[in-house]
Write a protein that binds this ligand. Structure first.
Ligand code: NAD
Length: 716
C-alpha cells in the first residue's frame, strides 16, 4: 500500500476480504479516478487469490461512507470530447458491475453519508447493510447538479427497490435514511454502528449458505416486469409532479424519468449502455455548469472563515441572549436552541415575550413525521430557553442579538442600557435590516465587539445570514459571528457596512424597476411572468406583498437617501400603504388575500386597485418579455458591479451565493454574475444601451466597461 492509497485491503478472517475507503487527509471520501484505479487492482488481486467467501466495502471515516464522485474532475472534463465522457461513464459502470460477476458475495457496509457515485458503488454490491449512525443518508442527488446517475444508478436502483421508488429517488435527488432503505429492500437490515463490521461478515456467511445473492444477481440483470398500463400511469403521475416542482426549468429530472421508463424494459447490460449514451446530453450543458457552480459556491462558503487575516480564532458561542421576541427574535432563538445553545430571551412587552417563548417551543419541538409537537424534543429543548425581564440575566451569555423594532434611537438606547451588564468578552449583534452598523456602534464602549448578524425571514427556512462588519468591528468578532451562523447550519457571508448591505441593495433596484414598468404601462401579469420565466420563485409584485409594502417603502426610502440618483421611489407604494394595503399581512397589497391561496386575486381584475395606481400610470410602449427581463435584472447587475468596485464583499461568489440563498435567484442560472458571464460584459453593455435615457441606474459601471473591453469575466 502506498502512502497515498485511499483503499486498504485486509483479511479479518482468511476468507473474508475487507476494503476500507479512507481518502488520506480529507474529511470526505470522494470517488476520484485514482480511487477507481485502486479498486480495479484490488478486484483483480481478489479474483486471483481464490478462496474468498465474501468482500465487505466499508469506510474508515466515521459518519461518512462516500460523498460522491469528484466534482472537480467533472468540471475538468467539461470540454473534453463527448466520446471520452461516455467512455469514462462506461468504464465506471463496468468496473462496478464486476462486483456482480465475482465468485463470492459483496456487501456494502454503510454507516454515514452515501451519495451519488458512492451510492452507485454500493448499489452494485450484492447486499447493503446499514449502521445506526444518524448522519447516514443514501441518495442519488445528481439531478441537483443537472445530471442523472451515470455509473449504473438508473439500472440498479429500480431493479432493487422497484421502479416507483427509484423514479422518486432519482428524479427528486432526495436522500433516504435507514428505515426507508430497509422498507424498500435497499438495505438488508440496520445494526448498531459498532456491530456493523461483524454483521457484514455474518451476512456473508448467511449468503454463502442460502446462495440467495446468486438468484438476485440473475433477477437484477433482467428487465423489470411491469405492464404497459402500469408504466404509463407511473410516467404520467411522475411527470406531472416533476413539472410542478421544476416549472419546466430543470431538464434532468424529466430526462431521468424518460430514461428509467425506457430502460426498465431492457436487460441491465443494455440499460447501462443507454444510460451512458444519454448521460452526455446533460453533461456540460449550461444548466449542468450553472448548478455545479452553485455546488461550488456552497462548498466554498462552508470553508470560508469570513476573514482574510490569519491567526484569528473565532470564540465558541455556547449561550445566546436575544432581545426582542417578535418574528425575528423568536426565529433566531429557536434556531439557536435547535443547535443546543442555551438562550436567554427578553422583550419590553410581556405579552410578546410570552408569545415569543411559545413560538420557540412550538418550533423546536415540532416533529416532521407526526406534524405536531414531540414530547421528547420538548423536554430536551425546553430547559435551554429562559425568558427574563431582567437585563442582569444577560451577564453570563457569550453573544447578545438584538431584534427589536427597526428604530435607531430605540436600538441605541437599548445598547446603552445593556452594554454595561455584559461580560467583557460578550459580543453584541444587531439583526437590523437597514440601519448602518457603524452608526449603531457609535457611543458603544466596545464597538470592536459589535457586529450585524442579519438573518432572513423566516429564519427556519432561509439559509442566508449576512454578517455585517462595521467600521470598528474586529476580525475576531466577525469570525465569531460567522462561526455562530455556521453552527446554526446557516450560510453566512461577510459584508462591509453600507446601505442595504448586500442582498437588499441588490433587491431594491429590481423591485423598484418592477413598479417603474407598471408606471410605463406594462401589466402586473407581464412583469410577474417575465420574472418567473427568468426563474425567480415569485414575481416582484408578489414579493412586495410578501415583504410588506410598508417595509418595502421604508427600505426603499433608506436606499433612495443613499443613492438618490439610482433608486427611484415609486409613489405607488405610498399610495397603497395609505389606503391600508400593506400586503399579505393586511389582507391586500397589489393582490387581495382571503383565507386561502386561491383567494389571491390578479391585480388587473381587482376593481379597487386600479384607481389607486391610476394617477401614477404614465404609459409607454409595450415591451417584450426579454426587454422586461433586461429592465428587471440589468440594474441589479450594475449595482452588483458597484458593490464589487466598492469591495463590499471579498469575492464575486459572495454576491451569487447571497442572491441564490437570500432571494431565490434561480440556481439553474448559476448566480447573477455567473449568468452575466454566460452573456459576456460586452453584450451586457450593449443591452444596457437602449435604457440609458431612463437614468444612471442603467449606466454601465467602469468595471463593466473595462470587462467589456478586455473580455474579462467575473469568474476568471
Ligand atoms: P417584531 O415587531 O416582530 O418584533 C420586535 C419585538 O421587539 C417586539 O416584540 C417588541 O415588543 C420588541 N421590542 C421593541 N422595543 C424593545 C425594547 N426596547 N426592548 C426589548 N424589546 C423591544 O419585529 P421583527 O420583524 O422581528 O424585526 C426585528 C428586527 O429584525 C428589526 O430590526 C428588523 O428590521 C429586523 N429584520 C426583520 C425581518 C423581517 O422580515 N421581519 C427580516 C430581517 C431583519
Amino acid at each position: 500500500m502506498s502512502a497515498e492509497s485511499a483503499l486498504t485491503l485486509s483479511f479479518p478472517e482468511p476468507d473474508i476480504a475487507v476494503l476500507t475507503f479512507d481518502l488520506p487527509g480529507k474529511g470526505a471520501n470522494v470517488l476520484a479516478r485514482a480511487v477507481l484505479v485502486e479498486f480495479e487492482s484490488h478486484l483483480s488481486t481478489l479474483v486471483k487469490r481464490g478462496g474468498v467467501a465474501g468482500l465487505v466495502i466499508r469506510s474508515g471515516k466515521p459518519g461518512m461512507f462516500i460523498a460522491g464522485a469528484d466534482i472537480r474532475e467533472f468540471v475538468a472534463s467539461f470540454d473534453v470530447p463527448k466520446s471520452e465522457v461516455i467512455a469514462f461513464a462506461e468504464h465506471g459502470r463496468k468496473l462496478f458491475a464486476r462486483l456482480t460477476e465475482l465468485p463470492f458475495v459483496s456487501v456494502a457496509a454503510i454507516d454515514g453519508v452515501c451519495l451519488g457515485g458512492g451510492a452507485e458503488w454500493a448499489l452494485w454490491c450484492d447486499r447493503r447493510l446499514m449502521g445506526s449512525n444518524p448522519k447516514l443518508q443514501f441518495g442519488l442527488p445528481e439531478v441537483k447538479l443537472g445530471l442523472y446517475p451515470g455509473w449504473g444508478g438508473t439500472v440498479r436502483l429500480p431493479r432493487i427497490v422497484g421502479l416507483g421508488n427509484a423514479v422518486e429517488m432519482i428524479t427528486s435527488g432526495e436522500s433516504i435514511a435507514q428505515r426507508e432503505a430497509v422498507a424498500m429492500g435497499l438495505a438488508s437490515t440496520v445494526v448498531p454502528s459498532e456491530m456493523l463490521d461483524a454483521a457484514a461478515i455474518q451476512l456473508i456467511r448467511a449468503e454463502q449458505q442460502s446462495r440467495q445473492y446468486l438468484a438476485d444477481r440473475q433477477r437484477w440483470s433482467q428487465p423489470i416486469g411491469m405492464s404497459e398500463t402500469e408504466l404509463m400511469f407511473l410516467g404520467a403521475t411522475a411527470s406531472a409532479y416533476i413539472q410542478q416542482q421544476t416549472k419546466g426549468q430543470y431538464p434532468a429530472p424529466v430526462a431521468a424519468l424518460e430514461l428509467l421508463l425506457e430502460t426498465s424494459q431492457l436487460d441491465a447490460a443494455t440499460a447501462g449502455e443507454r444510460e451512458a449514451a444519454s448521460f452526455i446530453d446533460l453533461f456540460a450543458s449550461p444548466i449542468n455548469r450553472s448548478l455545479i457552480n452553485v455546488f461550488f459556491l456552497g462548498d466554498r462558503n462552508k470553508k470560508d472563515p469570513g476573514i482574510v487575516a490569519d491567526g484569528v480564532t473565532p470564540r465558541p458561542i455556547r449561550s445566546v441572549g436575544v432581545v426582542g421576541a417578535g418574528i425575528m427574535g423568536a426565529g433566531i432563538a429557536a434556531a439557536s436552541v435547535r443547535r443546543e445553545l442555551s438562550v436567554t430571551i427578553t422583550d419590553s412587552a410581556p405579552g410578546s415575550l410570552a408569545l415569543g417563548v411559545q413560538k420557540i417551543l412550538d418550533e423546536v419541538s415540532y416533529n416532521k413525521a407526526t406534524k405536531g409537537p414531540d414530547v421528547k424534543r420538548m423536554s430536551q429543548f425546553a430547559p435551554l430557553v429562559r425568558a427574563t425581564t431582567v437585563d442582569g440575566e444577560f451577564a453570563s451569555v457569550d453573544l447578545v442579538i438584538e431584534a427589536v423594532v427597526e428604530n435607531i434611537d430605540v436600538k441605541k438606547a437599548l445598547y446603552a442600557r445593556l452594554e454595561p451588564q455584559l461580560r467583557d468578552d460578550c459580543l453584541l449583534a444587531s439583526n437590523t435590516s437597514a440601519i448602518s452598523i457603524t452608526r449603531l456602534a457609535e457611543g458603544l464602549k466596545h464597538p470592536e465587539r459589535f457586529v450585524g448578524i442579519h438573518f432572513f425571514n423566516p429564519v427556519r427556512q432561509m439559509p442566508l445570514v449576512e454578517v455585517i462588519r462595521g467600521a470598528r468591528t474586529s476580525d475576531e468578532t466577525v469570525a465569531t459571528a460567522v462561526g455562530y451562523a455556521k453552527a446554526l447550519g446557516k450560510s453566512p457571508i461577510v459584508v462591509e457596512d453600507g446601505p442595504g448591505f448586500l442582498v437588499n441593495r441588490l433587491l431594491l433596484p429590481y423591485m423598484n424597476e418592477a413598479l417603474e414598468l407598471l408606471a410605463e404601462g406594462q401589466t402586473i401579469e407581464q412583469v410577474e411572468k417575465a420574472s418567473k420565466s427568468f426563474g425567480m420563485p415569485m414575481g416582484p409584485i408578489t414579493l412586495f406583498d410578501v415583504v410588506g409594502l410598508d417595509t418595502a417603502l421604508f427600505a426603499g426610502h433608506v436606499m433612495h437617501e443613499a443613492f438618490p440618483e439610482r433608486i427611484v421611489e415609486s409613489p405607488m407604494l405610498a399610495a397603497l400603504v395609505q389606503a391600508g394595503r400593506k400586503g399579505q399581512k393586511s389582507g391586500a397589497g397589489f393582490f387581495k388575500y382571503g383565507s386561502g391561496k386561491k383567494d389571491k386575486q390578479r391585480g388587473a381584475s381587482d376593481p379597487d386597485l386600479l384607481p389607486l395606481l391610476q394617477p401614477y400610470l404614465r404609459g409607454g410602449p409595450k415591451l417584450s418579455e426579454k426587454q422586461i427581463v433586461d429592465r428587471l435584472f440589468l440594474p441589479m447587475l450594475c449595482e452588483a458591479t458597484r458593490i464589487l468596485e466598492e469591495r463590499k464583499v471579498r469575492d464575486a461568489r459572495d454576491v451569487d451565493l447571497g442572491l441564490i440563498y437570500g432571494i431565490g435567484f434561480p440556481p439553474f442560472k448559476g448566480g447573477l454574475l455567473f449568468w452575466a458571464d454566460t452573456i459576456g460584459a460586452a453584450k451586457i453593455v450593449e443591452r444596457l444601451q437602449p435604457w440609458l435615457p431612463l437614468g444612471p441606474r442603467f449606466e454601465p459601471t467602469s468595471m463593466l466597461r473595462e470587462m467589456a473591453r478586455t473580455g474579462k469575466k467575473f469568474y476568471d
